[in-house]
Design a protein around this ligand. Sequence first.
Ligand code: NAP
Length: 254
Amino acid sequence: MSDHPSFTGRAAIVTGGGAGIGFGIARAFARAGARVAIAGRAEATLRRSAALIEEGGGEVLVVPADVAVPADCARIVAATVERFGGADILVNNAAHFALVPLLDADSDVAAAFLNTNVAGPLNCARAFAAEAIARGRRGAIVNVSSIAGARPAPGCGLYSASKAALDMLTRSMALEWGPLGLRVNAVAPGHVATEGVIEDFRAGRLDEAKMVASIPARRIADVDDIADAVLFLCSDAARHVMGQVLTVDGGEGM
Ligand SMILES: NC(=O)c1ccc[n+]([C@@H]2O[C@H](COP(=O)([O-])OP(=O)(O)OC[C@H]3O[C@@H](n4cnc5c(N)ncnc54)[C@H](OP(=O)(O)O)[C@@H]3O)[C@@H](O)[C@H]2O)c1
């Protein structure tokens, strides 16, 4: 973990903040002094993660919610504003991932990716932006994309398409909302050693040694590598950074 500028006095929302990269991001914001709202579908997971973060001294609001449901996105923002008096940062991290060959990718399968990975971030961001604009507050949004959004991989067609759409939404949000006081950017991780990826190594679906050999940094990212980039993009150090997709992959996608 790196030293960060202080986020004391700010409130951050992290969707999918109960596990994996989102948990790492929420923990990093709390360590940097922010109050944090974490949203996800499994309340028990959220509560366990909130307790871990609070052990380190942070203040955490748990919001059970499904970002694929538009009303839940509005509720995540409303609950944060009610508890913390406002919301300064939104990290759209929650996403649906599955390997699906395109021959099997019918409309229902496509909807699962698009509702969670595109409409979810859009609806959370719209609720966040409307609230910030109405109160005359400045704000920062970071969308968690993937290097998969810029290159195809077998079985990843819909996931890649959803992340490519998210990258373009990031630029469009920045264009429309930048003049209204909101900075919108994205991070695009390569492989990160989350539980899902570690399980893929264990099950032989991914070859860890081969992957490490293909990454110029010669290691797989941990969640703090991604959290550091998100906190940078939300900090005043990135005050003139708008509509960018920051790749954080140790060179994996080059
Ligand atoms: N891990 C990687 O190697 C990697 C690489 C590139 C990009 N990414 C991106 O990084 C982000 C986080 O990935 P991760 O690997 O950390 O995922 P993860 O370990 O599977 O965690 C995802 C989190 O999102 C929540 N979530 C999923 N669907 C949701 C929904 N519809 N509504 C609300 N919450 C939902 C999950 O909680 P519930 O199931 O309880 O809802 C969980 O807390 C994603 O955007 C992913 O695309 C990951």
